[in-house]
Design a protein. Sequence first.
Length: 438
Amino acid sequence: MSIVRSLSSFTGIGVTSILPCGHDVFLDDGDIRNPDDVDEDNLLSFYVGTKRGKMKKITISTKRKAHDDDDDDDDVHIECIEQTLKDDGSKRKTPYPIFSLMTLPIHHHHHHVLSGSGDRYITIWEQDKQKHPNDGVSWRIKAKLGPHTGWVKDLASSLPNPDRNDQHNDENFIFSIGCNCIEVWKTINGESYDHIHKLMIESSVEMGSTLSSDILCLATSPSHNCNTLHMSEQEKQQDHHSYYLLAGGVDGRIHQWTICNNSFPDAKVVYAPGHDGRVNALLVCNDLRAAVSIGNDGLVKCWKLDCNESFSSVCSINVNDEFHSVQDTNTQEAKTQEVSTIKLTCSCILFEQQDRAIIGIGTACGKVLLAGIYRDEKSDDVMSIGLLDERTTVESSSSNSSGGCNIHSIASQNNHIIIGHSKGISIWEPDLIHTKHK
């Protein structure tokens, strides 16, 4: 199925990060309204970061027909997130790509938006409460965290303890990347942000890592209290909360830290070789209790999340071997050459439950693929993964390019996939009901 929508207002603008979010507006003949009966199923709302360092919030109706004029964005509301107060020196003077976005809930149903970029800082944005409501939404910079030792390629946050309902639930921890370091920041209700720890990844010749150990992606996952298997009865009665922090990077390794009670100096780490080259994205399927990694080698790997001291993948596929929808060419050699160049750049979850999940995968050649992950009915330890029939391509508008756009980021919302690429934003609605396993 082809792309159903491209936003003309973003034509030629490289979109490097996307984050779905809630919305408080909907569009009716171009007007912004705030009714209580908003049909959320027909709206997409998301933040985007661009290669030129701009951040915007976009709300768009999905009722638009495929034959409608793509050059008309009258059903799109774009909210610019930028410093609207007088420049106090904190506003960036040079545009840097925004690589990562994250929202952090705070009091009274508000949230902060965190952006990580090439300036080596996390910028924390909050809505300006001092502005008059009739003046529209305004944003300001609350804080900048850093500098990091390198580009802030990804962000992640700690997971709340479901067994606690007191004031400690307002305590959050943020993880950010800087080269081979993961910086840990603490905030209570978003009032202040303090740096408290640094996790480092060292090169390992034994694991084949002789060059850079820079980190590119992060994810967090519940540990499902598996560590209680080795605890005494007295320990089980104590307040005990743990989760996993996962990281992948340039050297192909996947790291897993087990963090108990947010005691980071005591965090235990295990790692395993995952990919031949860069690990570009990690995601967690909580219902499957599994993590998925993708990389430049074309591999999609599934990792079981459990309390074992060892860490290994349970299944994988290589898109370069299994992808069959290539354009007709004159020779088998040309076909092989085209397939072998597929690099996987980003991923998102479309659907998941306890026995299966469907994920979207972006590539460096403009293709967006779907893969299914399945748990065996007879054994929780056995899983399988395979490509699905449904896919699309974001074509490059350049006459000098024979392939598609480089897909930088994808995200899912309301059964649509939002695609951020080197030429702008595209929307795809895959037919998940009729999607079949390859």
